[in-house]
Design a protein around this ligand. Structure first.
Ligand code: RET
Length: 297
């Protein structure tokens, strides 16, 4: 069946002068499918684990599920709005004489949900303090929201928002590369390995996003179809790619090894309970152990 999404949705909202073609739409739907299949796979893997050991599967599946919906919108040429390009470039073969350019705000709604979850995946792996995790997630939200506002602004003020976004991004990178690594090294063993590999993968890929933004929403240098390919490849590597690495490396890590107290029903009752139980603490520095019991599923 031919993909006529752009034609069908041509009546929705305003049409930009420069927008994706049917090829761009095909590719966006392909990424949508990759995200959907990944979500099912992460959930399938989750159900093979005891309920207390599914946290990272659930976070990762939520990330790909959100992306699947965002890509469905973008493939359908929805979740977009025309914005007058600051640089019109009449002699460019890519964005020749564009007046307004298609800006997919759906992308940022995706990021505002998924990028903090990606950081959460990683920071929980390093056993970082909740306060630090929240501060880093806040900086990440600042980065995405300023990126969105900048994308929707027509004048050179867009670069002001971009600069604020970059400052917030550097804080996030610092927290991962310096603070996070300190915590992961202290844990040692499998969490250290998972954090280091996941961290390098995440930071390496995330640096390419502001470059893509500069070429697309910012500078209007490349065509929206090329934009779809650029961000699409990055998103596949940063979401399902990162998820696979993380879930694989978490095989030998129990939640308790990371200081997470996730209870079975009736387990670890508070001190005031009538039998006078003391709260059961996690096994402590049992890092990377494969011997912790998997109580009934
Ligand atoms: C923006 C523009 C403002 C400055 C910076 C940006 C960085 C964005 C990043 C996005 C990461 C997205 C991911 C999506 C998941 O698939 C907002 C482009 C620094 C790092 C990982």
């Amino acid at each position: 069946m031919a993909n006529d999404a752009i034609l069908v949705n041509s009546v929705v909202g305003q049409r930009p002068d420069l927008e994706i073609t049917d090829h761009g739409s095909d590719w966006l739907f392909t990424v949508c499918a990759i995200m959907g299949v990944s979500t099912l796979a992460f959930m399938g893997l989750a159900f093979r684990k005891p309920q207390t050991e599914r946290l990272f599967h659930y976070i990762t599946a939520a990330i790909t599920c959100t992306a699947c919906i965002a890509y469905f919108a973008m493939g359908s040429n929805l979740g977009q709005t025309p914005i007058q390009a600051e640089f019109v470039r009449p002699y460019s073969s890519e964005v020749y004489a564009a007046g307004t350019r298609e800006i997919f705000y759906a992308r940022y709604i995706d990021w505002v949900i998924t990028t903090p979850l990606l950081l959460l995946d990683l920071m929980l792996t390093a056993g970082m303090p909740t306060s630090t995790i929240l501060a880093t997630m806040f900086a990440d939200e600042v980065m995405v929201v300023t990126g969105l506002i900048g994308a929707l602004v027509e004048t050179r003020y867009k670069w002001g928002f971009f600069t604020i976004g970059c400052a917030a991004f550097f804080f996030v990178v610092y927290e991962i590369l310096v603070d996070g690594r300190r915590h992961a090294n202290a844990l040692g063993g499998a969490p250290k390995k998972a954090f280091n590999l996941g961290g390098v993968w995440l930071v390496g890929l995330w640096f390419l996003y502001p470059i893509a933004w500069g070429l697309c929403e910012g500078g209007n240098v490349i065509h929206p179809d090329s934009e779809a390919i650029f961000y699409g490849i990055l998103d596949v590597l940063a979401k399902p790619g990162f998820g696979i690495i993380l879930i694989m490396l978490h095989r030998n890590i129990n939640a308790a090894d990371l200081g997470l107290h996730i209870r079975q029903p009736g387990q670890g009752l508070p001190r005031t309970e009538k039998h006078g139980h003391h709260a059961t603490e996690g096994p402590g520095p049992n890092v990377g152990s494969t011997t912790a019991p998997n109580h009934g599923v």
